[in-house]
Design a protein around this ligand. Structure first.
Ligand code: ATP
Length: 356
């Protein structure tokens, strides 16, 4: 990597990943070219195809190779369809954990004409990514879910001071760069210790951000308020599973999962672009998947890496991608069917590039 270049892994994932990830690479490459930003894309096998060719959905050496890069694009993973064989694992929790990508930044924004429930939503949910209730990543060995007897299952939820504080700091810094409002979502009325600790750490971290106003909302109230007055939120921070559910709800407000991008980040200068949606096997191979979420996730990664590493061309390329995306969304013939268009993955991708 030089000052003016980035080395990025490309892991298509499964099903529509083979359609939306190439779209993201095409758009980002075209935007980068306009700003003299060199991006070296390094394709790597992952998921079902990697199982067939390398005997594992996460082939040996993948994490070590990725660690030498600046970040990577990860397409959706269809792990529910994997055969029950050794080597067929869900790779993304391992990646989030390995690279300590503890913050999952998921924006929700309205665009005209695409079926949004309101025309003025602009919020970002920052979801803690590596602990909470998710049993595949909340312990270093074994699983956070176990079955002591045939008729009983225990799921352990992990909340740590450090895990809570660091995700709060990501959210606070983001709020500082936006409308300076942070909403902490929790359920400390019931989870007095777990959510209690999360809130305590968020409020403690907020003392270093006196310019950011902080309020709290109980998660069930939040589920209702997201539907009724989503405009009242700027940045939201919450624990892993609450965030998982609320981000899908938020996507539903603005046209669905095809409109839900995401970026996974940690404390280092390394990022993983990963859309919120799954691999959508029901529409795979038809050329109709909406590439917006994956393209915008990649845009977020360029912007974030550019700012962290001081690469102005990456920030400029990301801004250009945003303009292209906004213009393409306004074109009903180009955009895909899930967002009230008559186009395809290819027509949308071409429209974004044409409008860069
Ligand atoms: P996971 O649990 O792996 O996140 P999921 O259960 O949320 O997966 P998805 O694979 O995301 O399921 O698909 C849910 C629905 O949304 C499907 O009907 C799918 O076709 C649709 N969908 C998801 N992503 C897109 C997209 N990019 N473009 C169009 N439709 C999509």
């Amino acid at each position: 990597m030089t000052q003016q270049g980035l080395v990025l892994g490309v892991l298509e994932g499964d099903d529509i990943g083979h359609e939306v990830v190439p779209a993201a690479v095409l758009v980002a490459s075209a935007a980068a070219e306009r700003h003299g930003l060199r991006i070296e894309w390094r394709p790597m096998p992952v998921g079902r195809r990697a199982l067939d060719t390398h005997g594992a959905t996460l082939p040996a050496g993948t994490l070590e190779t990725l660690a030498k890069m600046d970040g990577f694009v990860l397409g959706p993973i269809g792990h529910r369809e994997y055969p029950k064989v050794p080597g067929a694992i869900n790779p993304h929790p391992i990646m989030r954990k390995h690279f300590n990508l503890f913050a999952n930044v998921r924006p929700t924004r309205s665009y005209p004409g695409i079926g949004c429930l309101y025309d003025d939503i602009d919020l970002v949910i920052v979801r803690e990514n590596n602990e909470g209730f998710q049993p595949d990543r909340n312990v270093v060995a074994g699983s956070g879910e176990f079955r002591p007897s045939e008729d009983m299952t225990i799921s352990v939820r992990v909340i740590s001071r450090k895990g809570s504080e660091r995700v709060a700091r990501v959210a606070l810094a983001l709020a500082r760069s936006r409308r300076k409002l942070l909403t902490v979502v929790h359920k400390n009325t019931v989870f007095k210790l777990g959510c209690g600790m999360f809130v305590e750490e968020c409020l403690r971290a907020a003392k270093d951000f006196p310019d950011v106003a902080v309020n709290e909302v109980i998660v069930d109230t939040m589920a209702m308020r997201l539907v009724r007055d989503p405009q009242s939120f700027d940045v939201v921070v919450t624990t892993n599973m609450f965030g998982d559910i609320l981000t899908d709800e938020a996507a539903g407000l603005v046209g669905g999962l095809g409109m839900a991008p995401g970026l996974c980040i940690g404390e280092g200068d390394f990022a993983m672009a990963q859309a919120t949606h799954g691999s959508a096997p029901d529409i795979a191979g038809q050329g109709i998947a909406n590439p917006y979420a994956m393209v915008d996730s990649t845009r977020m990664m360029l912007d974030w890496l550019g700012r962290r590493k001081g690469i102005a061309a990456a920030v400029a390329a990301a801004a250009r991608m945003e303009r292209g995306l906004t213009a393409a969304l306004a074109d009903a013939k180009a955009r895909t069917g899930d967002i009230k268009g008559s186009g395809t993955t290819a027509t949308f991708t071409r429209a974004v590039i044409g409008n860069l």
